[in-house]
Design a protein around this ligand. Structure first.
Ligand code: ADP
Ligand code: ASP
Ligand code: MG
Length: 409
């Protein structure tokens, strides 16, 4: 008998027919003699609508109340799925995040999980009852509702699997696994049978939204046996996320990602002297704005230079007003910004041992006439910032250049 956590995303529970289909997938594991706990997202589109309602009321809403609103989608699906399971002859009961409780810190709208109290869930599972748990939501020690950031049900599922010491955590979604790049934009994308935690972590944080970044972090930390599978296939194989030593044939590059939530700020005419970068990035850090790529051009006259950096597009207007306010302190001539940019990244653990990845990447981009505006690297990835209009062209060109395209036939 295995203990399994199954998570179903928004498209998998998009309507009542699909919820009945999900109930059958749960029943199959249950009937096979396993202990099963289920985590569900809100029905597709519901969370987006709830976010819109908040914005319509006022742009400057309190994050505490935003979480109360946007967490409601999941409450509908846990009730409906518990009913569908009962109708299919499987004893089931719903649990909200605060009933469990799944305790988080107080960073509303992007809270981090501190602990999951699983005693009641375990007791139910011992009695043959399937707990149906609302993903995405938690509660602070003080009893306030929180949410875990968009896509956060993945993280709820992995945290629950870790707390239950589950044998497997299966993430059911609308694609049949993790691909070399988003299969919705590159038809030649190839499904990966296995991918390392590290690579998946980079891919998720660089834009592959198939798993929320934090869920991969937790899976890596607690060694959760994680799989991404299709909820529309009968016997899904999917992709296993595991340690590097469990992968025999390893490609140099595993995937290409793109992220559109990027913006670029240039401070033109800053003094070329010590302390200026510190003043700029101190202002950003104090406002809790995370800066990603940084480019400082050489000053021709030894006096002044330009400083460019990237940040999430959603933080752009706040960052500009902070910099404008600190203009005299930092000392710059003018402030320029551009949100028509995307970050394209090439990810692979093989980069540690192989040279020439950067050369191949820049050659492929230049052959398509794509200008690189900023670069950042880590041990297992290279990212470039380019104009958004070239996003798909760049992803396709790199996918082909690194031999990731699916072989015909
Ligand atoms: P769910 O609602 O099940 O959580 P998501 O929409 O959050 O599903 O994530 C699945 C989507 O992630 C896919 O439909 C796909 O378009 C996208 N995606 C982006 N990059 C990748 C990738 N490398 N492999 C697979 N899917 C990807
Ligand atoms: N319903 C939430 C969202 O749309 C959480 C999730 O789907 O994982 O972001
Ligand atoms: Mg998701």
């Amino acid at each position: 008998m295995a203990c399994i956590v199954q998570k179903f995303g928004g498209t998998s529970v998009a309507d009542t027919a699909r919820i009945r289909n999900v109930a059958l997938k749960v029943k199959a594991e249950y009937d096979a003699g396993n202990k099963v706990a289920v985590v569900v997202s809100a029905m597709a589109g519901v969370t987006n609508r709830l976010v819109e309602y908040c914005k319509e009321i006022c742009e400057d809403y309190a994050p505490e109340e935003y979480d109360v609103v946007v967490s409601t989608g999941e409450q509908v699906t846990i009730g409906l799925l518990a009913m569908a399971l009962q109708a299919a002859g499987v004893p089931a009961r719903s649990w909200t995040g605060w009933q469990i409780p799944l305790v988080t810190d107080g960073a509303f709208s992007k809270a981090r999980i501190q602990r999951v109290e699983v005693e009641a869930l375990k007791a139910a599972m011992d009695k043959g009852i399937v707990p149906v748990v609302a993903g995405f939501q938690g509660v602070t020690e003080n009893g306030r509702v929180t949410t875990l950031g968009r896509g956060g049900s993945d993280t709820s599922a992995v945290a629950l699997a870790a707390a239950l010491k589950a044998d497997r955590c299966d993430i059911y979604t609308d694609v049949d696994g993790v691909y070399t790049t988003d299969p919705r934009i590159v038809k030649a994308a190839r499904k990966l049978d296995k991918v390392t935690y590290e690579e998946m972590l980079e891919m998720a944080s660089l834009g592959a939204k198939v798993l929320q970044t934090r869920s991969v972090e937790l899976a890596m930390k607690y060694q959760v046996n994680l799989r991404v599978v299709s909820s529309f296939e009968d016997e899904p194989v999917g992709t296993t996320i595991c340690d590097e030593e469990n992968i025999v044939e390893k490609e140099i590059i595993s995937g290409i990602t793109y992220s559109r939530d990027e913006a670029k700020i240039t401070l033109a005419g800053v003094h070329d002297k010590p302390g200026v970068s510190a003043a700029i990035f101190n202002a950003m850090a104090e406002a809790n704005i995370s800066v990603d790529m940084i480019v400082q051009s050489d000053s021709a006259d030894g006096q002044s230079t330009d400083m460019t950096f990237t940040l999430p597009e959603s933080e752009l207007s706040r960052a500009l007003s902070i910099l404008e306010k600190s203009k005299s302190e930092i000392g710059f001539h003018s402030l320029l910004s551009d949100s028509d940019v995307v970050k394209i990244s090439v990810v692979g653990v093989g980069m540690r041992t192989h040279v020439g990845v950067a050369r191949k990447m820049f050659k492929a981009l230049s052959e398509k006439g794509i200008n690189v505006q900023a670069i950042s690297t880590s041990e297992i990835k290279i990212s470039v910032l380019i104009a958004s209009e070239y996003a798909e062209l760049a992803v396709r060109a790199l996918h082909a250049a690194f031999n990731l395209d699916k072989k015909e036939g």
